[in-house]
Design a binder for this molecule. Structure first.
Ligand SMILES: C[S@@+](CC[C@H](N)C(=O)[O-])C[C@H]1O[C@@H](n2cnc3c(N)ncnc32)[C@H](O)[C@@H]1O
Length: 224
């Protein structure tokens, strides 16, 4: 088995993502920010500060946040995605830090953030890995910091099977969530301020029913 096809400890398949990012323009990459993110920024629900974009892909949402005055670090499992993100930020004229990091190693980031964006990533994290991952997100957030998570909903299964696992046509593993499951996951560390269905759009007109959870960190998990 080559290094690229080895699974990471977070359960994601790095080789699959590196293959998808062998050229820019993955099926999920949109240059414009999602309406939900824009709304939260434009209404002042999330204000410019230090932000972490987890699973930033080709970096366009990091660029959007930087354009609104956020000091952004974008991280992704895929080194190729990070290379695209750096090029995209440079082209857009923004100085944004991007690093290739597996979320299993999140606490290597010895920093505190005021906002974590995690758009279309949690459904790639296997359920047994999620409690530790979400605790790590909480540890990286200051008290009162915001966490916006958007992931595929089990209600949106195309075949109506309500099965919680699938492999996508591009080979990524997808773990669909229910609202109750996400509440149980987030509530030990966060107060949920918004939880509802939304839509994740793809580059070629695809749409996926998703669960948006916007929450505030309630416990000082790592002394911040
Ligand atoms: C569906 S894409 C979404 C990318 C970006 N947030 C967007 O909406 O365009 C999921 C991203 O999560 C990244 N990812 C998956 N597993 C990861 C992990 N264990 N650690 C860090 N990033 C991961 C993938 O490389 C990919 O860029």
């Amino acid at each position: 088995m080559s290094n690229e096809s080895k699974k990471t400890s977070s359960g994601s398949d790095k080789g699959v993502f590196e293959h998808i990012y062998s050229t820019p323009g993955a099926g999920w990459t949109l240059e414009r920010p999602p309406a939900d993110l824009k709304r939260l920024c434009e209404t002042g629900a999330i204000v410019p500060d230090k932000a972490l974009d987890i699973g930033c892909g080709e970096g366009f949402y990091s660029i959007y946040l930087a354009s609104r005055g956020f000091d952004v670090l974008g991280i992704d499992l895929s080194e190729r995605a990070i290379r695209h993100a750096r090029q995209n930020a440079e082209r857009a004229g923004f100085n944004i830090a991007f690093e290739a990091i597996d979320i299993a190693n999140l606490l290597r980031l010895d920093e505190q953030f005021a906002f974590v964006l995690e758009w279309s990533v949690l459904h790639h994290v296997a359920p047994p890995e999620r409690p530790q991952y979400v605790k790590n997100v909480a540890d990286l957030l200051r008290h009162g910091g915001k966490y916006l998570s958007v992931c595929f909903s089990v209600e949106g299964r195309e075949d109506d099977s309500h099965s919680t696992f699938a492999v996508s046509p591009v080979g990524t593993k997808l773990y669909y969530s229910s609202r109750d499951e996400l509440h149980d996951l987030f509530e030990p560390h966060f107060r949920i301020i918004e939880s509802r269905l939304t839509t994740i759009h793809g580059r070629h007109g695809q749409q996926h029913m998703a669960l948006l959870t916007n929450s505030i960190r309630t416990q000082a998990a790592r002394g911040g």
